[in-house]
Design a protein around this ligand. Sequence first.
Ligand code: AKG
Ligand code: FE2
Length: 299
Amino acid sequence: MPNLQHLAANAPADEIARLLDTDGALILDDVLAPADLARVSGEIDPYVEATGYGRDAFAGFQTTRTGALVARSPACRELVMHPAILAACDVFLKRACDRYIVHLTQVIRIRPGQPRQPLHRDRLAWGGFLPMSIEPQLNTIWAMTDFTFENGATQVVPGSPAWPDSRRAQPDEVGYAEMCAGSVLVYSGSVIHGGGENRANADRTGVNLTYCLGWLRQEENQYLSCPPSIARTLDPKLQALLGYAMGSYALGYFSPPLPPGEGPEVAPPQWALNAEVAPGWGEEMPETVTQRLRAKAAS
Ligand SMILES: O=C(O)CCC(=O)C(=O)O
Ligand SMILES: [Fe+2]
């Protein structure tokens, strides 16, 4: 059975990105302390307890999936903005975008009796239309419980990002993301993986926080899951991660639907959160776009 590489919580972003390219996944050990875990669980558990089971075999008839974690949990906001993960996103995702955004926030609780999930690549969320040369996604699963082979540790096929679509993993090519509570599975949108079978008698719970290229549609609609009334109260960096910032020079502006002459005709998304930002919003342009426009003007 292949093994996943384990790195220390402070591993350099380049090393994480390199392993995502080659293996497609890795584990960061012991990122959260027991007190952090207790805080996250305390905030999400009431929502998890109130969540019904999945409605098909892929979502899992013995699995609960609970979303809107940025709106619901201040502790999850910190996980979304964890510096080690954002540094890895900077290296891994900015090869194909000016700004990356949150794609999905979901507590996945695999309960006893849940069979293994069919193996898949998460990039299929976009229907297989993206060329394989573009890596669209960086994913994390934060272990709230220990992840073991017995309780449903994520199945992962190391090296599969480079496989043709037609290749199917043999049982001896599937590894398991076994890790202690507080560790984080980091995996790409191209690696073949799936939830594991829970043969144990207790839940396996992970917080799945994923990021995608800023020019792609998000799996979980962040403008609805975290509407302006809540987003207004968040750190501006988190607002931008949800999509409340320009994604590129011309990506994401809006015209506030106000009576004639009231408000700006065009505004960046965060104008909806804080009407102050409208003047000078060109400064919000990501650096790579600014550089590209300068180079174009100079040529
Ligand atoms: O819960 C897991 O271990 C992985 C779940 C997964 O891959 C998915 O739902 O797409
Ligand atoms: Fe998946």
